[in-house]
Design a protein around this ligand. Sequence first.
Ligand code: FDA
Length: 314
Amino acid sequence: MARIVRDRLNGLLRQAILAAVANRTVRRFVRRYGMRLGASRFVAGETLDDAVRAIRGLNERGLLANTTLLGELIRDPDEARAVAGTYEGVVQRLVDEGLRANVALKLTHLGLALDEELAFENVARVVSRAAELGSFVRIDMEESEWVDATLRIYRRLRDAGSENVGIVLQAYLYRSEVDLASLLQLRPNVRLVKGAYLEPPDVAYPRKQDVDAAFVRLLERSLRESGFTAVATHDERLIEHAIAFAAREGIERERFQFQLLYGVRPQLQLDLVRRGYEVLVATPYGPEWYPYLMRRLAERPANLLFFVRSLLAR
Ligand code: FDA
């Protein structure tokens, strides 16, 4: 009973926080004070130098990383091209620094909301530069309205011969099991997540237990049949399920890894490394950290307390 009430309250708070993302006053306040109030717990910093420093620290502790220049929904084609250029530079820098890290990017940051062709050209540039440098690019998954186009672009890249690119599927979407089935012939590199956006009940499971059950179904199928599975969750029950399932089915450790977010469950990240599993920490950076931070708060409304405590401690 207590658990149902808690889940219900968390669900309401989550919706309120996600709805506040667009509120101007909230945005102005959080953008002004957020980094000092605790955004730095979830974001490496505002510059690539900050990200490099954070990633080096993670690598030293046996953790892999990816980085993302935060930003989404670019509305200007030149800006979208410039973002692709920045990503080429990021890939080069990670390689030059000898870091065990790659990039993860959002297609709306590369112009998907303007023109699918533009987003394709931009991401193809980054993927091809990464291939020359022996690196990998993950395409994040955004709101449900972008899923079709994102999957189309992923397929085009694979059909053009790019092997160094991966995709994300969100367990909360009803469609994801069908999407996984249709991708399997590509032996995809898939990251599985629960899903971070506010979606209506006609496209996504509203109840947490249904999302978790869908995650398990996707996980088992992907571990068996995908080329590589990135199990991206902080949910220890799901992590232990993946470990037990892989052991039972004889799935080698090279075919999957765990992925967690920078600043979330750091001890769990290290425990998994100590147990011999590959762990990648998603380590974003950049001045546009506001929507990312709000999604992290919505995932765990208790994080709001952390913010309020930082405010009171000032
Ligand atoms: P759940 O929310 O059930 O949390 C399980 C436990 O983990 C909680 O009880 C809490 O202890 C801890 N926890 C979870 N989130 C926390 C937080 N923010 N702060 C502190 N503790 C927290 N989504 C998406 O739609 N598209 C994408 O491309 C990606 N990419 C991505 C990459 C990686 C590496 C990760 C880990 C996650 C994503 N996500 C994502 C986000 C994902 O969809 C989801 O919103 C979060 O991972 C939170 O869900 P959990 O699976 O952790 O479970």
